[in-house]
Design a protein around this ligand. Sequence first.
Ligand code: ADE
Length: 231
Amino acid sequence: EPVIGLIGAMDAEIELLLGQLENQEQIVKAGISYLTGSIQGKRVVVCKSGVGKVNAAVTTQILIDTFGVSKVVFTGVAGALHPQLDIGDIVISASCLQHDMDVSPLGFARGVIPYQEVSDFPADAALVQLAEEACKALSVERYVVGKVLSGDQFIASRDTVKLLHEQLDGACAEMEGAAVAQVCYMNDVPYVVIRSMSDKADGSAHINFPEFTAKASERSYDIVYYMLNRL
Ligand code: ADE
């Protein structure tokens, strides 16, 4: 029976999943708690990676090596980069790119990992399609399938938003997706990232981040829950 890995970076992003997890067992590895069990009869491992690309990469490799997951779904919140996106809207990853990878002094375009064929890691087409189906079924007013940009920075300025959207074609900015994506790519494991917008990455997030994060996390969870039923 296949096992599906479900990752969030923060407690708010996984707590609703944990509420549905039956026959929970906890295994701790590299300081991360992995909760195994089932949701809607599907075998899953739910975990909180912590924030940032290194945490996300280690967590994903452990999901693959120790728990043998055959698919990875990341659920959580992000800052909107696409001008049409508002708080609560959804981005489904077409692909993920590390926006803070910058070897431009050596002539590499921003975001390009030197001496490597792929830097913009494509998500699994079937998982993307299923996520879209979920958005339609749940009457999510606005969602886009687009490029998720990840970096070890909380984006909080209009200028950076403009740059990331125009230069790198980012739909949203977060801090884990592209690390998960790269590890999945290296291991040939399908993945998708589902992000609900908690802020517009413009510097106003600190005012209501916890409140919007709770709401946005619920959105992202609803989509993942719908998907699980059909995986
Ligand atoms: N996650 C949620 N909002 C974000 C932002 N503005 N930048 C990076 N990660 C985020």
